[in-house]
Design a binder for this molecule. Sequence first.
Ligand SMILES: Nc1nc2c(ncn2[C@@H]2O[C@H](COP(=O)(O)OP(=O)(O)O)[C@@H](O)[C@H]2O)c(=O)[nH]1
Ligand SMILES: [Mg+2]
Length: 316
Amino acid sequence: MKIDQLARAVLEGEPRALARAISVVESGAEGASHLIDLLYPHSGGATTIGVTGAPGAGKSTLVDRLIEGLRAEEKSVAAVAIDPSSPFTGGALLGDRVRMMRHHADDGVFIRSMANRGRFGGLAPTTRSVVHLLDAAGFDVVIVETVGVGQAEVSVAGSTMSTVLVLVPGQGDAIQALKAGVMEVADIFVVNKADREGADRMVSAIESVLQLADPLPDRTPPVLRTCATRGDGIAPLLEALDGHRAWLRKAKRLQDFRIAAAEEELRDALGHHLTDRAIAALDEKEAWIERLASREVALPRLIRVAVRAIRDAPRP
Ligand SMILES: Nc1nc2c(ncn2[C@@H]2O[C@H](COP(=O)(O)OP(=O)(O)O)[C@@H](O)[C@H]2O)c(=O)[nH]1
Ligand SMILES: [Mg+2]
């Protein structure tokens, strides 16, 4: 199938075309840029939600419940997991296989796991492009599951409209460590596994850190309790997500978010693109790195050499 045909099939919501298009984008195969060029203008209509937290916090189980809740509202949902340690299917094998099977048979649901290739920031290199693609395909909601608790890991926060940080009882230390920066990490806090002891203490720990914010922001993230395995607390979570979106739509915040997300995406992609090109263009790369390690050359000079190498390299 030609890329133009593939793009058309994606826009028509053909599930097999969508799976192929994602593979093209993920692999960076020939045609990936063209495909993104064709589909990106059709994106921007979806609601995007990031779900992040430590491995095992229950993110996939929670996403599964969110899908269920959103389907009940007749919204179509695409979910991408960038957590090779526990993809959706893994959770399904351990847990409620039948429930996931139902999602798989549902045309209004698309689920995909992606490898994050060791990238810092919790996002696979091509995740943002895949989200745009799912958005262009017409899904009402796109959910991205990523691993991370600290600020540095939660780069997903910049790329989805609403970010949910999933914590579990006993993770109070993680929250204390974030201190005042905790506001930037999440729009909604969820204490999952509320069936376990210490959920209330965990909620208080988060709330007390949120109160440390100075100056007080115009919105304090809500702290909710869920038990994803039982499906408890999902309706309030969906309501909180609606509430956050309503807040974003006021006072041009959504537009500010889109501008900030676009800049972050550009910086991220450009950084990788230029790094790859510089490394490819650099003559005797290993020798330069050895010289850097042995203090024969300092970083500013090596950067100048690399930039010159890009400039002098033949056009790709
Ligand atoms: N007790 C309890 N276990 C849960 C809950 N939510 C998820 N789990 C379990 O925690 C484990 C990890 O869940 P998973 O969704 O794969 O976590 P992820 O790594 O964050 O995606 C699984 O065995 C789930 O069944 C919950 O609310 N209570
Ligand atoms: Mg998971």
